[in-house]
Design a protein around this ligand. Structure first.
Ligand code: ATP
Ligand code: MG
Length: 656
């Protein structure tokens, strides 16, 4: 590094607060801080702004009906169709503009203009109807990142059939459980897909799942692998291309849906117990996805916007498909992995397509950081205007790296906290308004009321850790858990509400802390809080301190049983490329933790490991690390993305 770079690096390290870049503010969709007061003064009616981003066949009677809380209803009696809003209404102005830029694993490219996407959605909607799909039938999709997935979702929306997308990386079992739970009699899947250039069969897994489904299923299969894979078809199954071909030129009138009609079901990953079928609606969800895309991601029709999540997660539903398409922009869809064929794949795409916004996950950012800045540096990233992160807490060092090496210090970074259940973003800065504090998601969005409370529901005040709660309903909220109202109330509303006084508080099951400025740092799931000698410590805080140590790329902290302390801190650490795993480094890590938090958080053990066990959604599977720390027998590892790493860590621990 040159002297100048060293100085710059040092300055960044010291800096805790960043102002929105001037050039961004000048052109932002939402730049007036008065928006916060407006929401406050107008109450629920303020949400008409969100609904007004859509076309309605008929207007709503009431913005919010809270007469049967917590079963809230939004935009009651309003009528609309989501597919109409994402396609038809853009045809006049943007028919020839790209709706989806799809980039395949092997480097193939497919551009769908709005009119092309509209045509294929109509054809597939007609085909689904012919197969017998009726309004309110749940259609399951078990597909990777291929364009037929959003086509199928929008086709379902067109005919009023809720979709339930099951992440392609999930097991046959997971597919079967979800299809059973939703009584879903239709499945759209594919023969397979490519991973690192090699064909990966998928249809066999789907078949295996179907064997465990107790009712008949009509299956449609997309042929992604052509001659690379001869997939096993069962009797009576349908080939996607043939179906669409048979319905070439068909048009299907968008079905009029009530605002409160279900748009889709999304099962949460179920890393915590039985999968929950989160129900989202047509009016409230779509308004919320469109509004947050507009206000937080600053999406404009002329943008080339890219969210690198998988559509199998809520992030992809809201911010690859529904939000961006409702706003008529170009949304990028990438099938592959960030390091194939090379570690600069993402930057190559940003450069080639002149991507304007990039929305990704901290786990990806930490990987980019580990690989080094030479990869982004070898491309022109000047088209970028805004950066975002989602999915887990981001440590300040990774935030700053993203801000500097990807955003070149001229893009705001929005750290967005939200969940499957919330439908869209909840805590984050507005990119042209709020100052950014690395590591802290930010204040609640306008119209969202959140706080951090103790076990009895009282606000903890600045600086202390507690439980995150949301005190007011919002349009994107889940309406219930599919066919399980009771569990819906138990899971999210029992803890902090006061039903006798009709006070309803939503509990996201996350730990958090809040600062004087009202910025909220989400620490992770409540079960990610350790209790060391009676002190509550967020694993994320300790991890952040460790990752702040020079030479450390990533860290995961769990609690191991301890006779005296109750729990003790176990730290699993990945070093940066080129850094040796030495005792001296361990000492510096201990010092780093003691400096940042205090001796109470001093790690009992530091274990160097080449990788961390992660779920397919990129979340560290702490339960496993705990079991390893305690020398217990390991539970289910089938939802891991990298199951091999477990034995590596175990052998490392016994060798130490
Ligand atoms: P399950 O609920 O089935 O166990 P999950 O919670 O991993 O799965 P998601 O709804 O995809 O499924 O993840 C939401 C969770 O991710 C949040 O509750 C929070 O713990 C974490 N999270 C998301 N964004 C952020 C963020 N910006 N900062 C901190 N944590 C985040
Ligand atoms: Mg969750």
């Amino acid at each position: 590094m040159s002297d100048e770079e060293v100085q710059l690096e040092a300055r960044l390290e010291e800096q805790d607060v960043f102002e929105p870049p001037e050039s961004f503010v000048e052109q932002a969709n939402v730049a007036d801080p008065a928006i916060y007061d407006e929401f406050e003064e107008e109450g629920p009616d303020a949400w008409e702004r969100a609904a007004d981003l859509l076309d309605w066949e008929s207007e709503w009677d009431q913005v919010l009906d809270d007469s049967d809380a917590p079963f809230y209803e939004w935009f009651t009696d309003g009528k609309l169709n989501a597919s109409e809003n994402c396609l038809d209404r853009h045809l006049d102005d943007r028919g020839e503009a790209a709706a989806i830029e799809w980039i395949g694993e092997l480097g193939e490219k497919r551009t769908y203009s709005y009119s092309e996407l509209h045509r294929e959605v109509n054809e597939f909607a007609a085909a689904l109807r012919d197969l017998g799909v009726e309004e309110d039938d749940v259609v399951t999709m078990y597909m990777p990142m291929i364009p037929e997935l959003p086509v199928a979702m929008l086709a379902c929306a067109r005919i009023g059939a809720p979709h339930s997308v099951v992440f392609a990386g999930f097991s046959a079992d997971a597919l079967a459980t979800r299809m059973e739970s939703a009584d879903s009699e239709y499945l759209v899947t594919c023969d397979g897909y490519y991973r690192r250039g090699d064909p990966l069969p998928h249809k066999e897994k789907a078949n295996e799942g179907l064997e465990d489904v107790g009712h008949d299923v009509e299956t449609v299969v997309v042929d992604r692998l052509d001659d690379d894979y001869d997939h096993p078809m069962k009797d009576g199954e349908h080939d996607y291309d043939e179906l669409v071909g048979e319905h070439a030129g068909a048009t299907v009138e968008p079905v009029t849906r009530d605002a409160e009609d279900m748009l889709f079901l999304m099962y949460t990953s179920g890393t915590t117990g039985q999968p929950k079928g989160v129900k989202h609606t047509t009016g409230g969800y779509l308004s919320y996805a469109a509004w947050t895309s507009h206000a937080v991601l600053d999406v404009k029709p002329d943008d080339t916007y890219w969210c690198s999540a998988d559509i199998g997660w809520i992030t992809g539903h809201s911010y690859i498909v529904y939000g961006p398409l409702a706003l008529g922009t170009t949304t990028v869809m990438y099938e592959g992995t960030p390091d194939y064929p090379e570690k600069d794949r993402l930057w190559e795409i940003v450069d080639e397509y002149d991507v304007t916004q990039l929305y990704t996950a901290p786990t990806a950012i930490r990987a980019f950081m580990k690989w080094g800045k030479e990869y982004p540096d070898s491309h022109d990233l000047s088209s970028l205007r805004l950066l975002g992160t989602v999915g887990e807490p981001i440590n300040p060092r990774a935030w700053k790296w993203y801000y500097k090496h990807i955003g070149k210090e001229s893009c705001p970074v929005v750290d967005t906290w939200w969940q499957t259940e919330t439908g869209g973003m909840m805590l984050t800065t507005l990119p042209a308004i709020g100052e950014m504090k690395p590591g802290t998601a930010g204040p609640p969005l306008p119209g969202i009321s959140a706080d951090v409370v103790d076990v009895s529901g009282d606000p903890v005040g600045a600086g202390k850790a507690g439980y995150l709660v949301v005190n007011q309903p919002w349009p994107g909220m889940l309406r219930t858990l599919y066919k399980n109202d009771e569990r819906f109330v138990d899971e999210y509303w029992r803890e902090y509400s006061n039903p006798d006084r009709d006070e309803w508080v939503y509990f996201p099951e996350d730990g958090a802390k809040i600062d004087e400025g009202g910025y909220i740092t989400v620490l992770g799931r409540v079960d990610d809080v350790l209790n060391v000698s009676g002190h509550r410590l967020g694993t994320m805080e300790i991890e952040s301190a460790i990752v702040g140590v020079e030479g450390v790329a990533e860290a995961a902290v769990v609690g191991g049983d301890h006779e005296i302390k109750g729990e003790a801190v176990y730290a699993y650490v990945i070093t940066e490329d080129g850094t040796e795993e030495t005792e001296a480094l361990k000492e510096r890590i201990v010092e780093g933790v003691e400096d940042a938090i205090g001796p109470i958080a001093r790690p009992e053990a530091i274990i160097f490991t080449p990788e961390l066990p992660k779920t397919r959604s990129g979340k560290i599977m702490r339960r496993l690390l705990e079991e390893i720390a305690n020398g217990e027998e390991l539970g289910d590892t089938s939802t891991l993305r990298n199951p091999d790493v477990v034995s590596d860590i175990q052998s490392k621990m016994s060798g130490d």
